[in-house]
Design a protein around this ligand. Structure first.
Ligand SMILES: [Zn+2]
Length: 164
């Protein structure tokens, strides 16, 4: 409770700093980042990017869902990006989560959605699977540079997931 009011006040107080007159909606560095929504991930300092540089697409897990592909397709086809970076992380809430329990809780509330929770057991294997899916997606015309990283919130380290 109360966050929306405080956020509206913050936005009003910071309007001058938030304005981006003349900044293009086309990402300057022609890159889109797909990342987990985890609170510990601050993509701008982590990746050395600024406002205007990149599209940022976030969801639970940083998973390649149909909707992530929708956003990436728009990013490439309409707004000129050519590279994709996927960012997952250690200690993700989806690591070892129960698909069945989540589905049962939804079912108890009378809903059976078409999407899955997206639980996984191995973060690197999941990144590799994501990269493979992106590389096999004709929705994306630019598939030469698709890379995957894993962030460790405890140390701040970011490592690339090597191809197999
Ligand atoms: Zn996560």
């Amino acid at each position: 409770m109360g966050n929306a009011e405080e956020m509206l006040s913050a936005a009003a107080a910071n309007a001058e700093a938030n304005a981006a007159p003349g900044l293009s909606p086309r990402p300057e560095r022609r890159v889109a980042v797909l990342a987990c929504m985890d609170t510990r991930i601050d993509l701008f300092p982590m990746l050395g990017i600024q406002r205007g540089d990149a599209h940022i697409i976030r969801n639970a897990g940083g998973l390649v869902t149909d909707d992530a592909i929708r956003s990436l397709s728009i990013s490439q086809r309409l707004l000129g990006t050519e590279e994709i970076v996927v960012v997952m992380h250690e200690d993700c809430g989806l690591l070892g989560a129960s698909e069945d329990d989540f589905r049962a809780a939804l079912a108890a509330d009378g809903v059976l959605p078409g999407w899955r929770l997206g639980a996984f057991d191995d973060v690197e294997a999941t990144v590799r699977h994501s990269l493979a899916r992106l590389r096999a997606s004709p929705e994306l015309p630019k598939r030469q540079s698709i890379r995957g990283f894993v962030f460790d919130p405890e140390t701040g380290a970011v490592r690339e997931v090597a191809e197999r």
